[in-house]
Design a protein around this ligand. Sequence first.
Ligand SMILES: Nc1nc2c(ncn2[C@@H]2O[C@H](COP(=O)(O)OP(=O)(O)OP(=O)(O)O)[C@@H](O)[C@H]2O)c(=O)[nH]1
Ligand SMILES: [Mg+2]
Length: 320
Amino acid sequence: MDSIDLNKLIAGEPRTLARAITLVESQNPKHQRESKNLLKHIFNLKKSSFRISISGAPGAGKSTLIEALGLYLVSRGRKVAVLTIDPTSPISGGSILGDKVRMEKLATSPHAFIRPSPTNLHVGGATNRTREAILLCEAAGFDIIIVETVGVGQTEFQVKNMVDAFVLAISPLSGDSIQGMKKGILELADLLAITKNDGESESLAKTTLHDYRESLQFSHRSDQWTPPIMAVSSLNMTGIADLWDSLQKYFSFKQSSGTLEKDRLDQQVIWAQDLFWESIHNRFKPKIENSTVQKKILKMLKSKMNPEQVAEVIFKSISN
Ligand SMILES: Nc1nc2c(ncn2[C@@H]2O[C@H](COP(=O)(O)OP(=O)(O)OP(=O)(O)O)[C@@H](O)[C@H]2O)c(=O)[nH]1
Ligand SMILES: [Mg+2]
């Protein structure tokens, strides 16, 4: 891979941005050195952006909502980057989002950048590179960055630590009942959007909206923000302006209360910790997988030591 031209990246050249993201995702040691060097420059740029995640169950309408919001924003002169976090299984090797993240209309806009390729989460010990990708998009002049995540496993909790605003998309058709909502996910939401508020699903969307309003009215957050709940139709573009309005209000609220700065610093603490664990993992993986060590493990197990005792012995022997 040729090295990245920083000037082209800062000028927002899409091919350079795409290549820069590929570089930071690469596991190749030479690429990783180049990536560290690139990120050093990027960190110093101190550009600003509003980072939003849109999460929700499969089929909740996330991609369609991102496209609608993205089109609305580019029509108002904003530059929008869309990233996806796909909890790709190392077993299936496939991508859940796959071709579905095309966002064809938004993709034709010169003011939008869409990165549909899956970003692996902790596959083979690699930490996901969404945070780095966010910074690269920011460096390239995108001032609104939207991350799509599919509601599987721990993804939402991880993405919450990468963005300024967490939007939960809820489909009235999916039977996303409040009871069925994964524990804790609701509390992550800074804003809830009931999707598909049109046609046949409109009345169900209204009922869903009412149910969520009822159930959330007594929940209190430590930051005094009351997460708005609204119904939107990405198909008819209704509620999209209101959604943006609420997001902007939340961003201003975070700025004026100082939580934006505080949260971003806390996020960097987590980021540094993740990188720390990644380097520990990368350093010890070859040692534990070494064939002599493997034989030693087998021998100890055959001599009736239990796995816990074995792990302790191995840890002591490889960590000095
Ligand atoms: N009627 C109606 N259908 C919608 C709307 N938004 C999305 N859909 C439909 O809902 C289905 C799922 O939409 P997506 O945007 O792909 O949903 P998603 O949450 O991104 O799905 P995954 O990425 O697979 O989890 C598609 O068939 C869409 O056409 C809407 O505003 N109105
Ligand atoms: Mg999608």
